[in-house]
Design a protein around this ligand. Structure first.
Ligand code: GUN
Ligand code: FE
Length: 454
């Protein structure tokens, strides 16, 4: 059945990084796309004239609002079984002790299928309608992640991780195998012709990949026009080691640039400790950054100066970076973005704090821009696809109590108050429905069955 839905009620999205756009009215979705947006008066006259007879009508209650779906710009799907574990070590030790041994297990395709099915549902449940995933080193295992995203109708950019330099876990391939498997992965994903899922070229980081592998991967990316993701300047020891094994380069970003990986299809995670020259380099190449505040704090990597990146015209989105990050919720990443930026400002970095409006922008439209999906998602415009969350701020058994008195507010104030409460206090209990390309995901089914999944 073609989907044809009209939502009537309160809609909020970011019109810019500093402003909300609030609509009290209706949004009409046909076949996943927004075809009309209008006022409550227009909705009433459409309804009274019988024009909506064939249309599913969803009228929001006064405590409900619709916002764009969240965009997770950086998340490691195979690391979910480790979430909340082993965060007592710095990055390089954590990778060797906890992460590589777990990721190696995804050579088992059945194990991969089982975990990924749960990961995709968990993220949807948290309101992540688009995720940019790292898979594992394994071609077949990572294809299971693609299948899970398609099965559960999540928008996804998925990368088979590439690594050719030795580590203690023996978790790497030869350059030849990496290039062949990556080309095959890209080919297989594109062959599916699924418009929600795209392949991403994914050199893990410059400690795991040499120049020959990275230039080969850049070549595949150029050939297919596909996106690129990696990690950059996350940890001081990491940077030191990268410069040690690349003595001809003066900076970490230069290592990637020399391998032709930096361009406007590329997104780098973390980018905490970039020099001014590296910031200028990323900015001039149009490379985006995935800000991952949970992981940056948990692994004691550092405090990312997001304001400085934004002021240098770098596009920034948010990432959970599970399982370096201890939360798979972008709402949590949004709050930690506010917290970390405020800590920087309190410590003397004037103007560095990011308020709730700007953090909301980074979690939605900013993320869409960072993944180069802003023509399709991130806000409610005619012609865009409808990726959205129906939020009930006072949901039954939710975290936010309603008190029995009314503060006088106009529509705009009321909408802003509702959204603020959700931003500061909400969680998945407030996310009543999740829509990806106009299709409703059944969250209650996930709740009922999650105990049986693993
Ligand atoms: N750098 C290289 N691999 C990883 C990873 O899996 N997580 C994080 N946080 N940083 C990395
Ligand atoms: Fe990461």
């Amino acid at each position: 059945m073609p989907n044809n839905i009209v939502f009537a009620g309160l809609f909020i999205h970011s019109s810019s990084n500093t402003d909300f756009s609030i609509l009290n009215g209706y949004v009409w979705i046909k076949n996943g796309k927004i075809t009309k947006i209008g006022s409550t008066e227009e909705f009433n006259s459409l309804e009274n004239s019988g024009s909506l007879a064939e249309v599913e009508i969803i009228k929001l209650s006064p405590s409900q609002l619709i916002i764009p779906g969240f965009v997770d710009c950086h998340v490691h799907a195979p690391q979910f079984p480790n979430i909340g574990l082993g965060l007592d070590r710095p990055l390089l030790e954590w990778l060797d002790k906890y992460t590589f041994p777990l990721e190696k297990k995804y050579s088992d395709v059945a194990f991969a299928a089982k975990v990924y099915d749960q990961v995709v549902q968990r993220l949807l449940h948290n309101g992540t309608t688009t995720a940019c995933y790292f898979g594992s080193l394994h071609l077949e295992g990572t294809l299971e992640l693609v299948k899970s995203a398609i099965k559960h109708h999540q928008r996804a950019q998925v990368g088979k991780v590439s690594m050719n330099l030795k580590n203690d876990a023996g978790y790497y391939n030869t350059v030849e195998k990496e290039l062949a498997d990556t080309a095959s992965f890209v080919h297989k994903v594109l062959e599916l012709k699924n418009d929600l899922v795209q392949p991403v070229i994914t050199p893990r980081f410059a400690i795991s990949c040499d120049e020959q592998l990275m230039t080969g991967l850049a070549n595949i990316s150029d050939q297919y026009g596909c996106r690129i993701q990696s990690h950059l300047c996350e940890n001081l020891k990491e940077i030191e080691y990268v410069l040690q094994i690349n003595p001809k380069c003066t900076s970490y970003a230069e290592v990637y640039d020399k391998s032709l990986l930096l361009n406007d299809r590329c997104i780098m995670a973390h980018a905490i400790h970039m020099t001014d020259q590296e910031i200028d380099l990323l900015s001039s190449k149009g490379t985006a950054v995935a800000h991952c505040p949970a992981s940056n704090t948990r692994l004691k990597s550092g405090l990312c100066p997001v304001r400085k990146l934004l002021d240098s015209n770098i596009t920034v989105g948010l990432g959970t970076d599970v399982s370096g990050g201890d939360s798979s919720s972008i709402l949590d990443a949004l709050r930690r973005t506010m917290d970390v930026s405020t800590h920087l400002e309190v410590k003397g970095a004037d103007g560095y704090s990011i308020d709730s409006k700007e953090a909301f922008y980074l979690a939605t439209l900013g993320g869409a821009k960072a993944l180069r999906l802003e023509d399709k998602i991130g806000s409610f415009e005619v012609g865009k696809e409808f990726d959205a969350l129906l939020v009930d701020v006072y949901a039954e058994n939710g975290p936010i109590d309603k008190y029995d008195f009314e503060v006088e507010q106009n529509t705009e104030e009321c909408a802003t108050s509702l959204l603020q409460r959700f931003i500061y206090m909400g969680d998945d209990r407030n996310i009543v429905q999740v829509y990806v390309k106009g299709k409703r995901e059944c969250m209650s089914q996930f709740l009922e069955h999650r105990g049986e999944l693993l």
